[in-house]
Design a protein around this ligand. Structure first.
Ligand code: DGY
Length: 312
């Protein structure tokens, strides 16, 4: 029987599907495996089902051995996978596009509302039992109607975000390699025009620190930044500097440059909303992601093409 190594807990529906194709071994550790543990764990595997915190590269493939046929990343992003190194070894790589766009856009829009309407700040005030009373100037936020949302990367998640923003009366501009018609602007114009900048581009060498000190300075004073893609797209130290200097009004982050660490200067700020990489974290979506990854594994182990392959 083929060994299928799953590096972290996945929902039962996906385990059942995988069990049709081989012996499923799920890591019992309730944490990411260290690189040496990961290599030992995958030894002899025909398939690896990995998570975004795993480095899935040539060293992992070599540790698995010549029988490794498929690496299924349970995420749409695959910056943790060395696709060329695996392709060179004849290993198929898959990801999970399509099934998480709505959940991630929901969370991104929730963070946008939380930071612009100061929801976290209000909650912390109540939980600290600070005396308060209603008055017309109390905890005023920023409305969305007629404001401009700048979407960096109009892929599936970016488009789902645009839909939500349109329903709230926002104007949309977007930047990115693909011009999908109205609203396409340069990155520089997007920064200059947007009241909220929301990041939906993948992490690549080109987008690492796309939001750096210069980009933050180029944003409108009083603008907000929302990041639900990958932490390293934002230079967190530069973001803390920009917030301290009052260059922008606030930031909402679901992902972090050195995840799970958070830049300490951001932790204490009232104008920052933080969530622990929850973009796709609904029961339905996480199940759909794991089931899609499992289906990809089953297809490849049965000698068929996977549903969602990542090409080198
Ligand atoms: C992804 O799929 O890339 C997300 O970051 C995890 O939901």
């Amino acid at each position: 029987m083929a060994k299928i190594a799953v590096t972290r807990w996945i929902p039962d529906d996906a385990v059942k599907l995988l069990a049709e194709a081989g012996d499923v071994m799920v890591s019992p550790a309730d944490r990411p495996l260290a690189p040496d543990e990961l290599r030992e764990f995958v030894s002899g595997a025909s398939a690896v089902v990995g998570m975004l915190h795993d480095r899935l590269d040539g060293a992992l493939a070599d540790a698995a051995g010549p029988g490794l046929k498929v690496v299924a990343n349970v995420a749409v992003g695959y910056d943790n996978v060395d696709v060329p190194a695996l392709a060179e070894r004849g290993i198929v790589v898959t990801n999970t596009p399509g099934v998480l766009a709505d959940a991630t856009a929901d969370l991104a829009f929730g963070l946008l509302l939380a930071v612009t309407r100061r929801i976290g700040e209000g909650e912390r005030l109540l939980r600290s039992r600070t005396p308060w009373s209603f008055h017309l100037g109390f905890l005023l936020g920023s409305g969305l109607q007629g404001k401009t949302l700048g979407i960096v990367g109009l892929g599936q998640i970016g488009r789902a975000m645009a839909k939500r923003a349109e329903a709230f009366g926002m104007e949309i501009v977007y930047s990115g390699r693909t011009n999908r018609g109205a609203g396409h602007v340069s990155f520089e114009e997007l920064l200059a025009r947007s009241d909220v900048v929301s990041l939906h581009c993948p992490l690549t060498p080109e987008t690492r620190h796309l939001i750096d000190a210069a980009a933050l300075r180029a944003m409108k004073p009083g603008a907000y930044l929302v990041n639900t893609t990958r932490g390293p797209v934002v230079d967190e130290a530069a973001l803390a500097d920009a917030l301290e200097a009052g260059e922008i009004a606030g930031a909402a982050l679901d992902v972090f440059e050195k995840e799970p660490e958070v830049e300490p200067r951001l932790l204490g700020r009232e104008d920052v909303v933080l969530s622990p990489h929850l973009g796709s974290a609904t029961v339905e979506t996480r199940t759909a992601m794991a089931v899609l990854a499992a289906r990809n594994v089953v297809e490849v182990l049965d000698g068929r093409a996977p549903l969602t392959e990542v090409k080198p």
